[in-house]
Design a protein around this ligand. Structure first.
Ligand code: FES
Length: 574
């Protein structure tokens, strides 16, 4: 950090130029009716907007951008809003995750190529947060994140409902306990306001991540999208980013190893999404902080669940807001956090939560009286996941934490769909469902299908959970004894690819192990028969993605995107 006077603003290289190019840079800004004193010599702040009507969670972002602009103007900066690729979780096929890295490239190049001194990232729906943060990390100019905020809690038949209930309704429908027409009514009751999913799913986990990392203002995570205070936070962020430019506070000043450790601990205590692992690994790779999959286990160990939100608990983000938001949760973790980490408002983590209070003890519990002893994420290793796999004990069934069962293997998602409800499927509640070829390269894009629905005949018997293993992901809203992100994935021809129906598999969460009862010799023999999948496509982005995507234990970034290229434009033909 150092003082960044208006003379050495990055944007001066455009707007303060003399001659032809200075003329061009300024003249085309003036065609918007802006006088040159508005942008020349003032901190130019980009508002990186993921607004899109195809991303319903972010559909209110133009309004939010207006609030950011007010703050920027108030502080003497000049705001410029620009669009980037928006990733709508619900509508994009085959999965929004396929495009996270593509969107991050868009963000990185848009920031670097333009006359920006600082940037405000408007994020909401799941992948919009990591893609924007990843892209910004690879440029590293002053940056602040404003999340769009969660939806208001859904309400149906006198009961609070949220996205996690979709899985239950789906099972009820398949078990003939619910009719299609009632589902239509529930749809309207669940998504009743602007904002992202209202449970502690991936979007909320990402909003908590940026607050715990210190790259958003305190309070960012939980203010509902529909609450007027969301706009106030956006305006204050606009005000603050101008000061950050003047003080030259960049992402590398905030995203240290200690800050990343704080985020991992907070994610454990809130029962955050398993997708957090993949996204934080990718962010660490961009900012250049060493972080490994095993760190998530080591740092989460012994951190209990102190936030009672679905899918691990009972309540919703709106309730977390009324209970005090994320700051009192962080205060509860004071003894284990790196309290001196800098945050975007110039204060330390501890200074931010010093006066935070818990207002609803049923939503945020003290550390010595948690809702569950085991929060966090567990990293498993074994002969079917040599580079690791992930599970979320707070969303799993305690009776399955130590379990041996016979594998029922589905070779891909189509195989699963075709056979799962087959009356002849030889499955019982002790079986372990295994789904292959839903990994980064194999699918491609690593979709959220890991919490595969149980066979209909078991649902009808009242079975609600089974051990399920896959190389895919699970929606942050999902739950169950679900082992995800198996690495190396099946498409690479490792041990996981040769697990067969009937193999005995043992899950031992206490010892962090997941093993098939197979000798090394047997595995080697089987691997000789491995037949690689044909390429999904030979052209375009998907082909590039498949050729360069890294495995889940590394964060599934494209190999050539790791690291930063900084903010300097390599060649200036002007
Ligand atoms: Fe956008 Fe859940 S679908 S956050």
């Amino acid at each position: 950090m150092d003082d960044n006077t208006n003379q050495n603003l990055r944007s001066s290289d455009w707007f303060a130029r003399k001659g032809k190019m200075g003329f061009i840079y300024r003249a085309w800004m003036k065609n918007q009716g802006i006088p040159d004193y508005e942008f020349n010599g003032k901190p130019v702040i980009g508002i990186c907007n993921t607004w899109s009507e195809l991303t319903p969670c972010n559909a209110h972002f133009r309004e939010l951008a207006e609030s950011v602009k007010k703050g920027v103007l108030e502080a003497g900066g000049f705001p410029v809003e620009f669009p980037v690729m928006s990733l709508g979780e619900t509508l994009m096929k085959p999965t929004a995750m396929l495009y996270r890295n593509l969107a991050s490239m868009d963000v990185e190049e848009s920031i670097r190529a333009n006359p920006l001194d600082g940037v405000v990232l408007l994020c909401g729906c799941d992948k919009t947060t990591p893609s924007l943060v990843m892209g910004a990390c690879s440029v590293n100019i002053p940056t602040i994140v404003v999340s769009g905020g969660p939806m208001l809690t859904g309400r149906h038949n006198g009961k609070s409902i949220g996205t996690s209930d979709i899985w239950r309704y789906h099972d009820d429908l398949r078990g003939n306990k619910l009719k299609e027409d009632e589902l239509l009514t529930i749809e309207s009751a669940m998504c009743r306001s602007r904002g992202h999913c209202a449970v502690m799913g991936t979007a909320s986990s990402m909003a908590c991540m940026v607050e715990s990392l210190g790259i958003s203002l305190p309070g960012n995570a939980a203010i509902p999208a529909a609450d007027a205070r969301r706009k106030v936070l956006a305006q204050l962020s606009g005000l603050r980013i101008v000061e950050m430019v003047r003080q030259n506070v960049r992402l590398t000043d905030i995203l240290t190893r200690d800050a990343l450790e704080n985020a991992i601990k907070v994610n454990a205590a809130i029962g955050g999404s398993t997708n957090f692992v993949i996204h934080l690994l990718a962010i660490a790779g961009r900012i250049g902080v060493p972080l490994e999959l095993k760190d998530f286990d080591t740092l989460s160990a012994n951190i209990p669940l102190i936030v009672n939100l679905q899918p691990s608990g009972k309540y919703f983000m709106e309730d977390l807001f009324y209970a005090g938001g994320l700051q009192p949760v962080m205060k509860e973790l004071d003894a284990i956090l790196h309290t001196g980490c800098l945050t975007v408002n110039g204060k330390t983590v501890r200074e931010n939560y010093r006066n935070a209070q818990i207002f609803e003890a049923d939503v945020i519990a003290p550390m010595n009286k948690p809702f569950r002893e085991e929060g966090g994420l567990v990293v498993l290793k074994g002969n079917i996941c040599e580079d690791g796999a992930v599970m979320k004990p707070s969303a799993a069934s305690s009776h399955l934490m130590q379990h041996t069962g016979k594998a029922i293997v589905f070779e891909d998602i189509e195989d699963y769909k075709n056979r799962v409800d087959d009356d002849d499927l030889d499955v019982d509640e002790d079986s372990i469902l295994v789904l292959k070829n839903v990994g980064p390269k194999g699918y491609p894009g690593m979709p959220e299908v890991g919490n595969m629905g149980l066979p209909k005949k078991l649902l009808e018997k009242g079975i609600t959970d089974m051990v399920r293993i896959s190389d895919g992901r699970m929606s942050g809203t999902g739950f169950g004894t679900v082992i995800l992100h198996v690495s190396p994935e099946a498409a690479l021809g490792g041990n996981f690819s040769v697990i067969q129906t009937g193999d005995l598999i043992t899950l031992d969460v206490a010892n962090r192990s997941l093993n098939g009862a197979l000798s090394d010799e047997e595995l080697q023999q089987r691997k000789k028969q491995f037949v690689p999948l044909p390429p999904a496509t030979e052209r375009g982005y998907v082909s590039m993605y498949v050729n360069h995507v890294q495995q889940a234990h590394l964060g599934t970034d494209l190999d050539f995107l790791r690291g930063s290229s900084g903010s300097v434009v390599l060649k200036d033909s002007h």
